[in-house]
Ligand binder design. Structure first.
Ligand code: SAM
Length: 246
């Protein structure tokens, strides 16, 4: 008797489940039919983008970009740790700010949009290789500046004179007052030329130039306070390193 009850109950559950399943399917199937063309066009769009990314041009340019970024920031960190000790190194020593991340994401978006819609734009190898050369030159100039200035080079601008802060006027500083800023300007614009990104090349050039124009004014105010006429004389004999900034 109990077995028969069990049998009927399970039959009831199965029937009920079938009912739910069939009414559910009658709702889902037309919905799937409706959605299917959109999903398949999305998939084909995605696969077109990924096949463009993994084309040899894009693969090479994006790999160069990621390597340039990785090398730049890791060497900034290592040099800051070497000259100032590990404990005084922060995210700022890596020079990673919110605006910087936004700019880099923006440049990646420009690249992906252009490589998808106008892949031939990315095939200007003379342009791209010139950008790569600028990235290397900018990187070398910046790192030479950091190594030459040693402990006088701090990522945050010094507003008070400290014992170990000496005026550096040798090496790259003999000709250029702000070689690390000059190097960064060349490096950052170089990354965009390397990616054949016309909009970000212009955008980076304007934004980075403006940033350093203001920063140099601020930095030199405190350098004049710390080193007085020595700095004034030094500034008179050298180029700032940033075009159109005296
Ligand atoms: C991020 S470093 C940049 C140095 C320099 N503007 C450059 O582009 O190479 C900023 C710090 O370097 C210091 N600094 C800049 N020029 C200097 C010089 N010629 N000698 C010593 N310290 C300098 C500033 O006082 C500031 O604290």
């Amino acid at each position: 008797m109990q077995d028969t009850d069990e049998w009927f109950r399970s039959l009831y559950i199965k029937c009920d489940f079938k009912l739910v399943l069939s009414s559910g399917m009658s709702f889902i199937v037309p919905l799937l039919k409706e959605v299917e063309p959109h999903v398949s066009s999305l998939i084909s769009c995605f696969s077109a983008i990924t096949s463009e990314i993994f084309s040899s041009t894009a693969f090479r340019q994006l790999s160069q970009m990621f390597f340039a970024i990785f090398f730049f920031h890791s060497s900034e960190y290592l040099l800051a740790a070497f000259f100032h000790g590990k404990n005084s190194v922060t995210l700022e020593s890596l020079l990673i700010s919110k605006n910087y991340v936004l700019a880099m994401v923006g440049s990646l978006i420009e690249y992906l949009v252009e490589v998808y819609f106008f892949p031939e734009m990315k095939e200007h190898w003379v342009t791209s290789n010139t950008g790569l050369a600028l990235v290397v030159v900018g990187e070398i100039m910046r790192k030479l500046a950091i190594i030459t200035a040693g402990r006088s080079f701090t990522h945050l601008i010094k507003r008070y004179h400290e014992e170990d802060h000496i005026l550096v006027t040798n090496g790259v500083y003999k000709y250029i007052r702000h070689p690390s800023y000059c190097g960064f300007l060349i490096w950052s614009v170089g990354t965009q030329i390397m990616l054949c990104n016309p909009l970000c090349t212009l955008g980076f050039a304007v934004v980075v130039w403006r940033f350093f124009q203001l920063r140099i004014k601020y930095e030199e105010f405190f350098l004049r306070q710390s080193f007085g006429s020595d700095y004034v004389e030094y500034a008179r004999q050298t180029f700032s390193g940033i075009p159109f900034v005296k």
